[in-house]
Design a protein around this ligand. Sequence first.
Ligand code: XMP
Length: 512
Amino acid sequence: MKNNELILILDFGGQYNQLIARRVRECNVYSEVVPFDISLEKIKEKNPKGIIFTGGPASVYGEDSPKCADGIFELGIPILGICYGMQLMTHVLGGTVQKAQTREYGSTQVEIENTSSLFQGFENKNNFLMSHTDFVSKVPDGFKTIGKTLHCPNAAMENTKKRLYGIQFHPEVNLSENGTKVIHNFLYNICKCSGDWQISSFVEDSIKTLKEKIGNKKALCALSGGVDSSVAAVLLSKAIGKNLTCIFVDHGLLRKNEGDEVEQNYKNQFDINLIRVNAKNRFLSKLSGVTDPEKKRKIIGEEFIRVFEEEAKKIGTVDFLVQGTIYPDVIESGLGKSSVIKSHHNVGGLPDYVDFKEIVEPLRNLFKDEVRKTGLELEIPENLVYRQPFPGPGLAIRIIGDITEDKLNILRDADSIFREEIFKAGLHKSINQYFAVLTNLKSVGVMGDERTYDYTIALRAVETTDFMTGVWSKIPYEVLEKVSSRIVNEVKFVNRVVYDITSKPPATIEWE
Ligand code: XMP
């Protein structure tokens, strides 16, 4: 890769660590998150332009509190310590960290010295997010205080000679006004970065590197229609053309017209060598009578591998298997727990079953928003690049109870109406995931003069950034009314529509 500049982010276990890395990249500088105890040798090898210490839940006086490598402050590399990172810097360099009586939490006014390079362009008061109990009561020798709040006498400090900086607040969160500007100032004024991390050059360089690496050999990719695998496949296809074969296993559990759309997109627009396997019957017969959600997932995961394996065998040995792994899946957390990788992310361990020599993961260093930018750069249609997440087991986990073809058709029609109306109302950009669920519940209704006894459709719509937590979306009543009346009128065997008004937690996004 052409980018030469690197910012290392030492992870002390704070909840916003990945956000710091993303903010740095938004400033066009490449960043990597590494465990806090990375050795001096490794740091020297990586030759970063600067280092950021993240926050974390520990106290510097705690017995097992995480420490950085000895000598890190003598490397001559600029360091910015955030929250715990600032306290650690203080503690190691001879200042004093103290426990406060009360925790300072929330958006807090900080009086800053805007003559400092870190705060260039700031007014002398700015609101930042504070979230701490311990604080720096005395800065180490050679440091100067450049920020304070009502309760925190040293909310920011600097040692310009050694290029060491500390801030008690969190510049990386949206709640901090001009937070990214603090990071920008650190990168450009202090680390003297030039900003060589651009998605356009990432795409150009990746295509070149992949061409050199794969040459005339053969690569195989499992295409789901999701954003990551799509971007990986298109990138590969730009590099090696028809030497890439994509296998798209259509398990028959996709949304209305989705299978055809995926096929058309890849064949027509990108001229990709695509094999679509229509395996609906296999999946439905395996799923027949199964009601337990985890069993459904397991059956689908296993069958998926089997179908893929059979198709891959027909192709014979391939040299490379392409995977759409992205950066959040590979970051190793600073506190030794590797980040949770959902089992479905790698399509349940494909590598064991396919005859290949090496894995290529062209998106391994990218965050999701960068994957999307890469997709746009590759001219993948916007509706695909910003596609809402769709679970691997598909509609199988949106039909409560056993799955039949009839139920799938009912759900597909209802879901398609819901999505169409959300789009028409312009809500698709603010709601992160929205879909219909076929509850296994039948209830009494009346249509014309007839009594009906039909299914209840539940609508689900959530707003979230990480899909770990989320709130139910306050869709305007008129939109809900339109969706409800269209569904009961247009979809046979449905006589009732309900809206799910539970957030996550305690509910999950999917019903199963
Ligand atoms: P939950 O329901 O756990 O969902 O709140 C969080 C996010 O994960 C997606 N999800 C899945 N994705 N296979 C997948 O590929 C699965 O088995 C699965 N279950 C949930 C869900 O759609 C949401 O985006």
